[in-house]
Design a protein around this ligand. Structure first.
Ligand code: UN1
Length: 494
């Protein structure tokens, strides 16, 4: 029997207005159904926005440390449930158990971090140009916000949005990806369990066009935070622009790792393999390009191939598996299409390049780890985000050219350089147009106390995580208190 789950609106679990549902399935074994979830539409979103509006006045007046306490308590619950939830995450999203644990741990860490904000949330005091007048800045919640999240980090990314919204004093409508509704439901249930007041967070399941778009369009939603594809992000950005809403976008990328001849080859090979193939390349930080210096190329490529060809592909529940399935059939076809494009463009397929079928693979979405060599920087496989287990080796013989190639994409999330040459390190740190730069560390694995986000088409300048996380959900209010007993005029007009 398939269990049917519900939306959470105004503190109540309710089905969608239409009564329709959709199913969540295991990408390693598509005949396993994890549950049926409400297929919501504008009507459900309206109810969720209304509940958020009703809850807002009291919530924004609740002291920030008290708001933060819910985050601390939910973090403790997640710690208890990490094993149980990781298994469910692997079943629902596909990635390996180890990575599922990492995802939940990232959520826990960020909940703790943001809970601390409840006791900081600092403004400034600023001198006034007038006598007997006191000036300061205070932070003010933006109001009702919409949170739309992807499937690749079913707990971490929702907490990156939910936790700062809660501590900021916003109330929200949360629409998780339709591929991972179960984990989103568990997170919301945990927030209910710790007593989060009704309407502070509202969960609406469904598809982007049916349930996501009405959140963006709703006149009472003051800000939208979205993580997903460039294509959808662009549409959200346009609509938010026209509707005068704040919008924070974390979109695709084409990340890069530069390998110089003096790199520690053991580290470089391991970092490239992990960066490119962890989460089956389905991270916006995935190493989808390797710009390798000619003097390192032969050894790097040979060792990388050995490493990648030794990877066990299969269900993420198998502890020996390194490469788990991709999320769904549509993504599988998209990735296979890119592999074809790469071949047609004249890149040299070194390994992989195909769907895996047969024993253990037939019911799931498995693609062999794929490495292309002799990729030219302007090829589509070197420019466009594939979001799958595919990486491209690009040759270079010079650090300046490597940096130029690294920057020659429309995106700018994560870049790494492997070298011990201090001059090259500082040159790369300064010149790489990426929001996250690593020296001798892989492009994946961002820590939550640092700002997360990218340059160029990766986003619109906002950052998640780190101390910057609150900026998505708060306004700055300039406050002046005049105790002079006069009407004083600024700018020297007296
Ligand atoms: C993402 O893929 O959207 O840095 C987030 C990393 C993870 C977060 C990835 N900590 O790879």
């Amino acid at each position: 029997m398939t269990e049917t789950y519900q939306n959470w609106i105004g503190g109540k679990w309710v089905p969608s207005a239409s009564g329709e549902t959709f199913e969540s399935r295991n990408p390693a074994s598509m005949d396993e159904v994890l549950g049926a979830f409400p297929r919501s539409s504008a009507q459900d979103v309206d109810a969720a926005v209304q509940a958020s509006k009703d809850a807002y006045p009291d919530w924004m007046n609740t002291p920030a440390p008290e708001r933060a306490d819910y985050l601390l308590r939910v973090a403790l619950l997640l710690e208890e449930r990490i094993e149980e939830w990781s298994e469910l995450m692997t079943r629902e999203m596909g990635k390996t158990l180890k990575e599922s644990r990492g995802d939940i741990q990232e959520g826990i860490d960020f909940l703790h971090y943001m809970a601390g904000e409840g006791r900081r949330m600092m403004g400034h005091t600023v001198p006034s140009e007038l006598r007997d007048k006191f000036s300061m800045t205070v932070r003010h919640p933006i109001g009702v916000v919409g949170l739309i999240t992807p499937w690749n980090f079913p707990i971490a990314i929702p907490t990156w949005k939910i936790a700062p919204a809660i501590v900021a004093g916003c109330t929200s409508v949360f629409k998780p990806a339709e591929d991972t509704p179960l984990l989103a439901t568990l997170l919301v249930q945990a927030l209910e369990e710790v007593g989060l007041p009704p309407g502070v967070l509202n969960l609406v399941h469904g598809y982007g066009e049916e349930a996501g778009a009405p959140i963006v369009e709703h006149p009472d939603v003051r800000a939208v935070s979205f993580t997903g594809s460039l294509e959808v992000g662009r549409r959200i950005n346009e609509r938010c622009g026209a509707l005068m809403k704040r919008c924070s976008l974390e979109l695709g990328s084409k990340n890069v790792m530069i390998v110089m001849p003096d790199a520690d080859m053991d580290l470089a090979v391991e970092a490239a393999s992990w960066g490119a193939f962890a989460t089956s390349g389905q991270r916006c930080t995935a190493t989808s390009r390797l710009v390798v210096h000619d003097a390192a190329r032969e050894e790097f490529t040979r060792r990388m191939l050995e490493r990648v060809e030794g990877m066990k592909v299969g269900s993420g529940l198998d502890p020996e598996v390194e490469l788990a399935p991709v999320i769904n059939e549509e993504q599988k076809h998209r990735i296979l299409e890119y592999i074809e494009i790469g071949k047609q463009e004249g890149a040299k397929l070194l390994t992989g390049g195909e769907e895996l079928t047969g024993d253990g693979y037939d019911k799931g979405n498995f693609i062999a780890p794929t490495v292309f060599d002799d990729v030219k920087p302007d090829m589509r496989i070197a420019q466009e985000e594939i979001f799958g287990p595919v990486t491209a080796i690009i040759r270079t013989d010079d650090v300046d050219e490597a940096i130029r190639m690294a920057n020659s994409v429309d995106y700018g999330l994560s870049a790494a350089i492997y070298t011990h040459d201090i001059t090259n390190v500082f040159k790369a740190v300064k010149e790489l147009e990426f929001g996250i730069v690593y020296v001798n560390a892989p492009t994946i694995g961002a820590e939550i106390q640092l700002p997360f986000g990218g340059m160029k088409n990766t986003g619109n300048g906002h950052r998640e995580a780190g101390p910057q996380a609150l900026d998505e959900f708060m306004e700055w209010k300039a406050v002046s208190v005049d105790y002079s007993g006069k009407v004083q005029k600024a700018q020297g007009i007296d």
